[in-house]
Design a protein around this ligand. Sequence first.
Ligand SMILES: Cc1ncc(C[n+]2csc(CCOP(=O)(O)OP(=O)(O)O)c2C)c(N)n1
Length: 632
Amino acid sequence: MNPKSLLPTIHSPADVKAIEEKDLPLLAEEVRKELISVLSQTGGHLGPNLGVVELTIALHRVFNTPKDKFVFDVSHQGYVHKLLTGRRERFSTIRQYEGLNGFLLRTESEHDCYGAGHAGTALSAALGMAAARDTLGGEEHVICVAGDAAFTCGVSFEALNNLAATTRRLILVLNDNEWSIAKNVGAVAEYLNRIVANPAFAHLHEKAGQFVEWLAGKQARHFAHKVEAGVKNLLAPSVIFEDLGLRYYGPIDGHDIPLLIRTFEFLKTQNEPVILHILTKKGKGYAPALAKPDKFHGLGKFHLGTGETVASAKPTYSELFGKKLADFADHNNKIVAITAAMPSGTGLVNFSKRHPDRCYDVGIAEEHAALFACGLAVGGMKPFLAIYSTFLQRAYDMIIHDIALQNLNVALCMDRAGLSGDDGPTHHGLFDIGYLRPVPGIVHMQAKDEDEFCDMLWTMANYHSGPIAIRYPRGVGTGAEPKKRPSILEIGKAEVLRHGSRAAIIALGTMVELALEAAATLEEEGISTAVINARWIKPLDAATIEFFARGCEVVCTMEDHVLHNGFGCAVMEHLAEQRITTPVVRVGWPDQFIEHGSVPILRKKHGITADAAVGKILTRLQPRVRKAATAA
Ligand SMILES: Cc1ncc(C[n+]2csc(CCOP(=O)(O)OP(=O)(O)O)c2C)c(N)n1
């Protein structure tokens, strides 16, 4: 071990406190090197973590987890916290099956008091912890770390609305790097920029330096009343947070460890809720990440030297979505696209370049996005709302109460539907069939490949009878080349891919490929098997399903979704209502939160494979096979 290496000596936050303060910048440098080197192999949220290295070191220097509570919004920036809380030796396993999760998890460490993956949850949860502490008479500190984009979430403001009335002691760190995944948008971003651009701020760094010098060596706790005057010199005028009852401090340099330490020492003595506005650089310390903050927000493996990633040869579903929608919009001026802070993730960058006046990035505001789409639809537009399946969960009430109840022409485009893989349970899109199935009147579909996906998008563009939804997976599918001219599909009509007389596999979306594989295996065993590409989750193709169920000995459904209230349930319900008693076996995700890991590993583990379908079908066929053999 290099005698100067500090990071290998860190096994818990106590070790961070044992390092001489002058050496902490060295520790920060080592943390950065570790992040860059490991993530070049595993992928992950590099930029956000490079931006919070000094902040996290300072927090662990001043506070004591697990007693004190750190609540990180989204928690994608929690890697540094992991490195400092006893997880360094396992850090190279991050985002891999059975390795560390890419977000904070209560089950992973006692230092993770709150798990997350979705944005905007931290402040409310932190406030709850502060309220519990106040009620139970605890002494711990609660510190919430939230990025500037977290303040584009309505729920963050709901928490702010309650904060001052609920507790006298909570520290909110606003980590302002001006970026969401893309550049942060809207009035909040502009407001924060105005604070930073205030001329008073120009002198802040100088003042901050003097203040830290003055404070050096003193115990902030004992000098609180004097210190307050000192810290107040660090204030730039800000109205909104003060008006909401939080004492505002900042903005200060979020990469200045001594300044952060002194400021936290002071803030923890305060008997009022406070917000500390820090300025950081997303991607600090790695030139490719500084150059492309959006790309390095979260990415797969990359080349350490150049930051280059390997692009897939075929366009992803998201890219096709953006491209095709832009093509359709060329000839239809009613089409508009909405993203909730995910222009690149949803493929809408292409659309926004071609139709800048018809593309809206509303920030991390899925509820607003859904309602905004309603208004656009009322106004005669055809809004395409592109939101990941997992994030659309947040707008569920809007789907029922606003979009569906009023039968508005809103197209819901659910990207990352199905298992999302290495991001883990916060990001798997495994619930959208379940949450959309009970919604009256909605049309819901999934394509077997990219060509059919484009037909479905075209069908959506030409559908004017109310809400219509599509789910599609992350990345590339079979790679089927889309036709030059897409076709309009008949709603509620499945596609029979092969006929068969003993087993019928009714598969949805990406599962069709596996169904064909399973059927080929069964045919080899002499079992005639039909494969139906379901296409429609709602309405089901009742006639086709009934026909095959009546004609076969077993029906097998396959879906990249939880079994509970999934596509297979819809088929079973329908058959039961028709009193068709053919046994149904189902392939889909079990009734549990699925861990993180690669899609092939997790599919194998949980039985979302062609082999699993074959096995399930055989268990239902064997008794009859045996009977037939005995008769002969
Ligand atoms: C509800 C929800 N919508 C979208 C996302 C996707 N997402 C993850 S991080 C992020 C941006 C976060 O920006 P900020 O809070 O400023 O933190 P930074 O990454 O800049 O540190 C977004 C949009 C999410 N996690 N949750």
